[in-house]
Design a protein around this ligand. Structure first.
Ligand SMILES: *[C@@H]1O[C@H](CO)[C@@H](O)[C@H](O)[C@H]1NC(C)=O
Ligand SMILES: *[C@@H]1O[C@H](CO)[C@@H](O)[C@H](O)[C@H]1NC(C)=O
Ligand SMILES: *[C@@H]1O[C@H](CO)[C@@H](O)[C@H](O)[C@H]1NC(C)=O
Length: 439
């Protein structure tokens, strides 16, 4: 990148301006000390205070101008390592506005999720937070309003349709799921049809996030928009429990399974699926081939979200058994500086097939006994649904299917870590497609 002389001069001028302002402050401060000896009047002190505050504000403005100038020119990255330039190609940061849609209802602990989002986001212009609230819950509404007052949350919208949903007796226990689906439909219509955003990141009110949550979505946005076979990016790995992931926070995958739990969607996909949105169980509906149409999500090895909400509609037992064991990533990966184009289908598929099927095949007993511990990775084969389930149970991974797809799978392959060793739990190499009868 070439810096013109004009730019350089501009930057220099700003630096000088900051320096002069700093001296001005020091002058004020010294004068005020000096003045104290003469016991100044309240009015004098107030004036001085006002002057200092003003100067401080001007300095801060100058500083932020300087920062944005530096970012614009790339001077910050260049400074002393001129050669180190971020790779081009379909990763990187394309600066599109990525609103966070927070789905809330009646949990005042929404503040815990909001606090983390606010802590880790780098810009409220780039990542505005929009809370959509269902349930008419006054206490929760009051909590959200505090964030509006401090301008940390940019919009608080409320689902207007609070009418009862008529259900027959056997569906009554699923009322919560019906309400959630109805709320999602309305909220996503607001985001994409009313506010007209091109992309959104959807979270719920019981999620913790990792420090690189925004970085992850900012970097993968380019993959989402440039690879038509990718229809979502998710922060979630269904097998991402402690001890079942490697220490490779930069590792990402393609997944045929829609994970949800912190995910990014494009308006063009909403325009396609929004009009036929289901009245309940929206996530399983999305996993159905009628909607998915062979498209995939990007997902991380180590989760970028974890859930603390035991008291949700679908939680309880499931929370104790699975969700609370999820490992939340705690390291910052500079994804926008990485070349993520390996995730594009044409790059990924040949590489992935080689990686999996060049890995030595062993039995599940050999995995469990540790007799192949000297090998870096192992492959275990399954051919039937029953075999999948029983082996999954033995190895401690999720054993269920949705629309024939095992959780986390890509081309039938489930990748995870067992006692420190990488395992590919895979169908035969001539695999063609999922069998929707596997449930
Ligand atoms: C409100 O929800 C009910 C039940 O889901 C639905 O039948 C009705 O059309 C909705 N009203 C509006 C204004 O969308
Ligand atoms: C929404 O944004 C797109 C560009 O992303 C634009 O083409 C379209 O006209 C906008 N629609 C409305 C209703 O503003
Ligand atoms: C990014 O990675 C792809 C392969 O995944 C490669 O073809 C491309 O040359 C790389 N780009 C850069 C700038 O390194």
């Amino acid at each position: 990148m070439v810096m013109t002389n004009v730019r350089r001069k501009h930057v220099l001028c700003v630096v000088v301006a900051v320096f002069i302002s700093w001296n001005a402050i020091m002058y004020y401060v010294l004068m005020s000390r000096h003045a104290r000896k003469k016991i100044p009047s309240d009015v004098e002190l107030d004036n001085l205070d006002f002057g200092i505050q003003n100067q401080l504000r001007r300095n801060l403005e100058l500083l932020s101008k300087l920062r944005s100038l530096r970012n614009e020119t790339g001077l910050g990255m260049k400074s002393d390592r001129t050669q180190h330039v971020a790779p081009p190609g379909p990763s990187g940061d394309d600066n599109v506005v990525l609103p966070i849609l927070m789905i809330a209802c009646d949990r005042v602990t929404v503040s815990r999720s909001l606090d983390l989002l606010i802590k880790y986001r780098t810009s409220k212009e780039r990542f505005p937070i929009i809370v959509s609230q269902d349930c008419n819950h006054k206490l929760t509404s009051d909590v959200i309003q505090k964030y509006i007052a401090s301008d940390n949350v940019q919009k608080h919208i409320k689902h207007p349709n609070q009418t009862d949903i008529p259900l027959n007796k056997k569906d009554k226990k699923f009322l919560g799921y019906y309400k959630i689906a109805r709320h999602y439909k309305w909220a996503l219509d607001q985001i994409f049809l009313k506010f007209n955003y091109s992309t959104a990141i959807i979270v719920e009110d019981d999620l913790d996030i990792s420090p690189d949550f925004f970085e992850y979505f900012a970097a993968t946005h380019r993959i989402l928009t440039s690879d038509p076979s990718v229809w979502c990016v998710s922060a979630w790995n269904d097998n991402g429990k402690n001890g079942m992931v490697s220490d490779e926070p930069e590792l990402l995958y393609r997944s045929d399974f829609f994970p949800g739990l912190g995910w990014m969607l494009e308006r063009k996909t909403w325009l396609e699926i929004g009009p036929k949105w289901p009245i309940t169980f929206w996530d399983d509906w999305m996993r159905h081939q009628d909607q998915r149409k062979d498209r995939v999500c990007i997902r991380p090895e180590i989760c970028r979200t974890s859930t603390f909400g035991k008291k949700g509609v679908s939680k309880g037992l499931y929370f104790d058994k699975h969700l609370k064991h999820i490992k939340l990533n705690d390291q910052f990966v500079a994804f926008t500086k990485k070349n993520l184009s390996y995730l594009m289908k044409e790059n990924y598929d040949p590489w992935f097939k080689h990686m999996v099927y060049d890995t030595p095949e062993v039995t599940v007993a050999e995995v469990m006994s540790g007799s192949k511990k000297h090998l870096k990775a192992l492959r275990v084969t399954y051919t039937t649904k029953e075999q999948y389930k029983s082996t999954a149970k033995k190895l401690g991974i999720m054993d269920d299917f949705k629309a024939g797809v095992p959780r986390v799978a890509y081309r039938g392959v489930v990748s995870f870590v067992y006692k420190g060793q990488r395992i590919y739990f895979a169908p035969k190499s001539d695999w063609q497609k999922y069998d929707i009868k596997w449930t």
